[in-house]
Design a protein around this ligand. Structure first.
Ligand SMILES: [Zn+2]
Length: 417
């Protein structure tokens, strides 16, 4: 996939992704080691770079920061002795002589407990700082049992199970919720299809029960974090995650920082209005993007067109049908166009340039990817030399759990994600 070349270009990455320090060396875009800024700040920047780049040698860290290798050694040595970082095997030999041993997080450093809460399931796992998933549990929640007690029982049992397997005290509990949350107080504002969960103070509940720092955020932001650290978003300075399924959601990483509105809000892209005379949305307004670019819309139109299995149609099936039936091809084209409209508006406003697609639409595969790339590029503005790129997300379950853990890692290691 072309994303690899794009994200692992260290020189452009540093230029795009750096936070210059005013009194640093002049020739460095990532001048982190001025005489007055050492210690904690430098440690944070090195950890940040490792998360941005993946395993990286001391020499490479020195080169990218415009500092001496001995300075890097002085910073990383205590982190190695503390068991946070280790030397790993180099993937490839560069040049002659002994290859440098890259530094990376230790799989046995303090892990994080991750929770993925959706209306139909509760997932829990232990996530190592290298992204390893263990003690994974998934409890389905049937439609008739969606009361608070059921969810809380599954959550507590899953977290208990995960923490019992932790090789050392966990850094905390990171929770991704498929619904609206208030990240400021860690409560659930609303969960589609699980109305009993509205108003639940989930962070306080888990902190009281487990005495560990807990962060609750919405599902697309966990996807963003997971992509940032372990997926196609690694090292990208600008990208957006789009979740397109029965609902629409998004989260953005802009100019080297995650975007957050006041009180952690924002990302309700599904309720931006795209049709002045459109139908009524679940939010009560008319013509929201969500009324024309979700599975509900797709299935209604498929039924009107007489497509087989319309009531269970999804992007994967639609792509398959489109090869055989012109009506399915036409619907695929309309669906991709409608999805592209919301993404194009986001692109024109904020220019993330890179879009990583999750949810049902991802299951449309490369055909859907091609449709979206063409449609978005046709509708949106972009800067010269910055083509719009659409990526298919990786394993949604794993990336979400890694991202939920990332909420805690970024807080506990005091790095920006
Ligand atoms: Zn709406």
């Amino acid at each position: 996939m072309t994303s690899k070349n794009k994200v692992l270009d260290h020189a452009s990455l540093t230029a795009r992704n750096s936070t210059p320090v005013a009194d640093g060396p002049e020739d460095s875009g990532f001048a982190i080691f001025s005489a007055t800024q050492i210690g904690e700040s430098n440690k944070r920047r090195v950890l940040q770079m490792l998360f941005d780049l993946g395993p990286t040698s001391r020499a490479e860290l020195a080169r990218l920061t415009g500092t001496k290798r001995t300075t890097i050694t002085g910073i990383v040595q205590p982190l190695i002795e503390a068991g946070l970082l280790i030397e790993v095997d180099p993937n490839e030999k560069r040049g002659v002589g002994k290859p440098a041993r890259p530094l990376w997080f230790s799989a046995s450093a303090a892990p994080v407990c991750a929770v993925f809460l959706m209306p139909d399931k509760v997932e829990t796992a232990l996530i190592s700082l290298t992204g390893g998933v263990s003690a994974h549990r998934q409890v389905p929640i049937a439609p008739g049992k969606r009361n608070r007690e059921t969810y809380i029982d599954a959550l507590v049992a899953g977290v208990d199970h995960a923490l019992a397997q932790a090789p050392r005290q966990a850094l905390g509990i990171g929770v991704a919720v498929g619904g609206m949350v208030d990240p400021a107080d860690g409560s659930i504002v609303a969960m589609n299809l699980a109305p009993a969960m509205a108003g639940l103070g989930l962070r306080d509940l888990l902190e009281d029960r487990f005495a560990l720092p807990t962060i609750v955020d919405h599902h697309p932001r966990a996807l963003l974090l997971g992509e940032r650290w372990f997926g196609a978003g690694r090292g990208m300075g600008n990208f957006a995650v789009i979740y397109a399924d029965e609902v629409l959601g998004c989260a953005m990483y802009l100019d080297g920082k995650p975007f957050r509105g006041p009180h952690g809000s924002g990302g309700e892209l599904g309720h931006t209005i795209v049709d002045l005379n459109g139908g009524t949305c679940t939010c009560g307004k008319r013509g929201c993007w969500e009324t024309v670019a979700t599975l509900g819309w797709l299935r209604d139109r498929a039924a009107e067109a007489g497509l087989p299995g319309a009531e269970r149609l999804d992007s994967e099936r639609l792509v398959d049908l489109s090869a055989q039936m012109p009506a399915a091809g036409a619907l695929l084209s309309r669906y991709a166009h409608n999805i592209a409209i919301g993404i194009a508006n986001l692109q024109t406003l904020l220019m993330p340039d890179n879009f990583i697609i999750y949810g049902d639409v991802r299951r449309g595969g490369e055909i859907m990817q091609q449709f979206l790339t063409r449609e978005i590029s046709g509708l949106a503005a972009s800067l010269p030399g910055n083509p719009i790129t659409v990526f298919l997300g990786q394993n949604e379950q794993t990336i979400t759990l890694q991202g939920a853990a990332g909420l805690i890692v970024s807080k506990q290691l005091e790095i920006e994600y």
